[in-house]
Design a protein around this ligand. Structure first.
Ligand SMILES: [Zn+2]
Length: 139
């Protein structure tokens, strides 16, 4: 599979030699105090308040542990297909993120190991596959 077009290239990247997005990396940041966060921002560290040069971009692993999940059956936006599952994941590098569960994932429960991958979510106007980050049970 061609790496396709990323829906949110500011948030994650795929290795160029990656066939199926298995090694997606999250574009996070790290503070001089050792605190990791996602996504990258320069407003200030949530832990120590440092900003500017203290904050540097860094790549985070998309592996983590599931904290909570919620399935949405009815969405305010009628154009958004349901159901879909929102998951809260504690990344191994520290940040806690709220993201989407892959449609083909096995059912998840808090405490399970999950991993982020790039999944096809549609097609661009030029016909390229559009990929977005989805989490699923780690194999
Ligand atoms: Zn800090």
């Amino acid at each position: 599979m061609q790496p396709g077009e990323l829906l949110k290239p500011g948030l994650y990247s795929a290795a160029p030699n990656d066939r199926a997005g298995a090694t997606v990396r999250l574009k996070g940041g790290r503070c001089r105090c050792g605190y990791f966060f996602f996504p990258m921002q320069t407003y200030g560290c949530e832990r120590c308040g440092s900003h500017g040069d203290a904050l540097t971009p860094c790549e985070l692993s998309a592996d983590g542990t599931l904290l909570a999940e919620a399935t949405v059956h009815l969405h305010a936006d009628k154009n958004r297909p349901t159901p879909f599952t929102i998951v809260k994941v504690a990344l191994d590098d520290g940040p806690v993120i709220r993201t989407l569960l892959a449609e083909d994932s096995a059912p998840v429960a808090p405490g399970r190991r999950v991993t982020g991958r790039l999944a096809p979510v549609g097609q661009s106007e030029s016909g390229e596959t559009v990929l977005d980050l989805r989490f699923s049970i780690a194999s």
